[in-house]
Design a protein around this ligand. Structure first.
Ligand code: SF4
Length: 305
């Protein structure tokens, strides 16, 4: 059987080992070297092109249903981190009793242990439910922070347990309470509330620039979990009805240098991964708006404000 292996960026370092294991079991193995950031991004086109019988996607649970005519196997990847850091930074949570707890799929098996630690230390721990792309209570994805947002009104602060800032920042943007990120891999804990304020400032600046923009490029990604041509067409016609020029721009993974080369556009609108519009604004000299931000701009223009 020919299989295509696909790894997110953090797991590409293990690709050769997995490939050899599968080869030793008699498979013909090819590794996708394309960037992969989530299970929204299944390399089905590559798999078909090389005549693979199956795509094996590492590191994520199912995000949406893959095309029914192509088999996809998901291989979750658990990471077990030391919990000792929880005692080291317990003082940070003095004054907070009701805490919301979130983590990533890699640490879901440790969520009960983290919860038990806080409960032993007098905390009332709440765990919310995701909106649907993430599958388990307490789990967050970059684009599904329902496990945090759904309990925002019930808690006094949030704790994220896991590596990196990508996931907790999404949850920070989707909540209003103080947010502590605990990274057991580098032994660091950090309150992330300044990022929320920074994003609010950047959003206001983008909207101000978007109001005076005359031409808009609307980004559509061909990744199967991000593709949203319908939304792009609605936004294009809305812009045109309001006297603006608009075109739909398609790519699998957007390259910011290529977007910079498209100098006729005064602003871009993102319909792909929602994190492109919030995390990558500094990488473009033109405003990169979300669909909601564009709707707000249209409303302002119509109201003549
Ligand atoms: S849409 Fe973006 S945030 Fe959501 S899974 Fe894909 S890459 Fe991650």
């Amino acid at each position: 059987m020919r299989v295509l292996l696909q790894f997110p960026e953090g797991l590409k370092q293990h690709a050769l080992r997995y490939a050899k294991e599968l080869e030793d079991r008699g498979n013909d193995v090819v590794i996708s070297a394309s960037p992969a950031y989530g299970a929204c991004d299944l390399a089905i086109d590559e798999a078909r092109k090389i005549g693979a019988d199956k795509l094996v996607h590492f590191g994520h649970n199912e995000f949406l249903h893959a095309p029914p005519d192509f088999p996809v196997e998901y291989v979750p990847y658990e990471m077990t981190a030391e919990l000792s850091i929880l005692s080291e930074c317990l003082k940070e949570l003095e004054g907070y009793r009701r805490i919301g707890l979130v983590t990533t799929v890699q640490h879901m098996h440790q969520l009960d242990g983290v919860r038990a630690f806080y409960e032993r230390n007098g905390k009332d721990v709440r765990i919310g439910r995701p909106y649907g792309f993430a599958k388990r209570s307490g789990q967050i994805l970059g684009c599904d922070v329902g496990s945090a947002s759904s309990i925002d009104k019930d808690v006094e602060c949030f704790v994220y347990f896991g590596g990196g800032l990508f996931h907790p920042l999404g949850a920070v943007y989707g909540t209003t309470k103080p947010f502590l990120s605990i990274d057991p891999f580098i032994g660091r804990w950090l309150w992330l509330d300044d990022y929320r304020k920074k994003k609010e400032r950047m959003t206001r600046a983008k909207i101000t620039r978007g109001i005076v923009a005359r031409s808009f490029g609307i980004l559509v990604s061909t990744k199967i979990g991000q593709y949203n041509m319908n939304l792009a067409q609605i936004l294009k016609s809305t812009l045109e009805k309001n006297g603006k020029t608009a075109a739909i721009l398609v790519s699998n993974t957007f390259d910011f240098e290529s977007l910079e080369n498209m100098r006729e556009f005064d602003a871009f609108v993102n319909t792909a991964c929602p994190r492109i519009g919030s995390d990558d604004v500094d990488r473009l000299s033109k405003p990169l708006l979300s669909a909601n931000e564009l709707i707000e701009i249209i409303g302002i223009i119509k109201a003549g404000l």
